[in-house]
Design a protein around this ligand. Structure first.
Ligand SMILES: NC(=O)c1ccc[n+]([C@@H]2O[C@H](COP(=O)([O-])OP(=O)(O)OC[C@H]3O[C@@H](n4cnc5c(N)ncnc54)[C@H](OP(=O)(O)O)[C@@H]3O)[C@@H](O)[C@H]2O)c1
Length: 185
């Protein structure tokens, strides 16, 4: 196993839905801020984090917010040459998760690696030997979704408490959720 640990981060509703019609089915400002902080913060100020995402998730980010700032954005696609033409300079486009890991390991300025979706990228990361933790926001409400988080095998992943991650219920408007962390055994 190479040294890069893959941290997954996702928000899912009661039926494990994560998306509908190419976008998020909810609008949770504080949850978005949590995502931004978690994926951006570094201990070593000389380093940055990488975010790995599928091409559809890249497309789902409004152009004015992408690439996600202060992070190395890595986009997975089977059409590398086509997608490379469309993304701004600095965005890394690769044909698979192993190529993404290889790219990250070829640099010495990347501190943490976050897998930010969608479905098949989460699945590939969960099944990957480098999978570390899943940071899952569990939304206590059901939404109509067409995209889902893969099943988390509770023999393989255990919920853990992590310093600085609040374990009490979070509320935004009429929606409540919990920040959970699952660690691969
Ligand atoms: N709630 C959340 O936390 C969260 C997080 C992320 C996304 N989302 C939502 O989820 C939806 C998008 O997710 P999605 O599952 O539909 O799509 P996605 O995983 O973002 O993108 C799928 C595309 O990524 C490329 N791809 C995926 N796995 C690959 C692999 N192993 N190797 C090479 N290329 C690979 C392929 O691109 P090509 O077709 O170009 O070959 C594939 O068509 C949106 O609704 C978005 O808002 C929600």
């Amino acid at each position: 196993m190479s040294k890069t640990k893959l941290n997954l981060i996702a928000a899912a509703c009661e039926n494990m839905g994560i998306g509908a019609n190419g976008t998020l089915p909810w609008r949770l400002k504080k949850e978005m801020a949590y995502f931004a902080t978690m994926t951006t913060k570094v201990e070593d100020p000389k380093k940055v984090n990488a975010v790995i995402m599928g091409r559809v998730t890249w497309d789902s980010i409004p152009p004015k917010y992408r690439p996600l700032p202060n992070r190395i954005n890595v986009v997975l696609t089977r059409n590398v040459n086509v997608v490379k033409e469309k993304v701004p300079e600095g965005v890394v486009v690769v044909p698979g998760l192993d190529e993404a890991i290889k790219y990250i390991e070829g640099r010495d300025d990347i501190e943490a690696t976050w897998v930010i979706g969608g479905s098949s990228v989460y699945k590939a990361a969960i099944e990957h030997e480098n999978c570390g933790k899943i940071y899952l926001t569990e939304i206590q409400k059901s939404f109509d979704c067409d995209t889902f988080f893969p099943k988390i095998d509770n023999q393989m992943f255990h919920m853990v408490n992590e310093d600085k991650i609040p374990d009490e219920r979070q509320c935004e408007g009429d929606i409540s959720y919990y920040f959970r962390v699952y660690k691969k055994l």
